[in-house]
Ligand binder design. Structure first.
Ligand code: DC
Length: 226
């Protein structure tokens, strides 16, 4: 049976998923969830616990911190969800360039993905979810009725990421950001577990030459029609 209260939006880094998903959520009155932020939160927590992330990451040390990590969402009065890491709101810290540098490596770990899967699925009890990530349509909610795969050209994605203040290191250029994004996409799509991949039944959207509103309209109209 298909799941009708989840709109799954997958796609590569900086493809506009978060902006689009938030707007779709506002338009349809649902909850926006960035699953990337949940992987970023684990990465930040690993950094805070001095786990070395440059060399091969020790899965036992990750297991230990996962057993001490509580990751939940709390709705504010306006109905917007905030990611809570052990009772602290972590919305901005997790978007730093340092976290971005290591997140794909952490997200590729088997124990991290196993820990995440149930936590992401249980969010569907909140109501209508607009959930974005890499494996929402393939692994987390393979039975979601509404699935989209959103992408854009590497240059457009680099320009968009550069325009998001605080998410790139000082002195970054379109070329350096494009390189960083390409590296992350390669790691995300080549990993063994839950790689970045379009679900067979997802609608493909190349947003390179589209405005945000055009993409939002496309998704909401498809979701309403299907
Ligand atoms: O969407 P984002 O750029 O914030 O995601 C950060 C990283 O998290 C991304 O490079 C890979 C990982 N990720 C993942 O492995 N699976 C998801 N569903 C979402 C993100």
């Amino acid at each position: 049976m298909s799941i009708v209260n989840v709109i799954a939006i997958d796609g590569p880094a900086a493809s506009g998923k978060s902006t689009i998903a938030q707007k779709v959520a506002d338009k349809l009155g649902g909850y926006y969830i960035s699953t990337g932020n949940m992987y970023r939160a684990i990465t930040l927590f690993a950094m805070q616990n001095d786990i070395p992330l440059d060399s091969e990451i020790d899965p036992d040390r990750i297991d230990k911190i996962l057993s001490r990590l509580e990751l939940t969402y709390r709705a504010d009065p306006a109905g917007k969800l905030h990611l809570i890491m052990n009772s602290r709101i972590s919305d901005s810290e997790i978007r730093s360039p340092e976290v971005a540098k290591y997140v794909s490596k952490v997200a590729a770990m088997e124990n991290v993905r196993a820990w995440m899967i149930g936590r992401q699925r249980e969010l569907a009890s909140l109501g209508l979810l607009i959930m974005e990530g890499r494996d929402i349509g393939t692994v987390i909610f393979p039975d979601a009725k509404y699935k989209f795969f959103l992408t854009a050209s590497p240059e457009v994605r680099a320009r968009r990421r550069l325009a998001q203040s605080g998410e790139t290191a000082a002195g970054s250029t379109v070329a350096s950001v494009a390189k960083e994004i390409a590296l992350r996409d390669e790691m995300d799509s080549k990993r063994k577990i839950a790689p970045l991949k379009k679900a067979d039944d997802a609608i493909f959207i190349d947003s390179s030459d589209m405005t945000v509103d055009e993409v939002v309209d496309l998704i909401t109209s498809r979701a309403r029609r299907k």
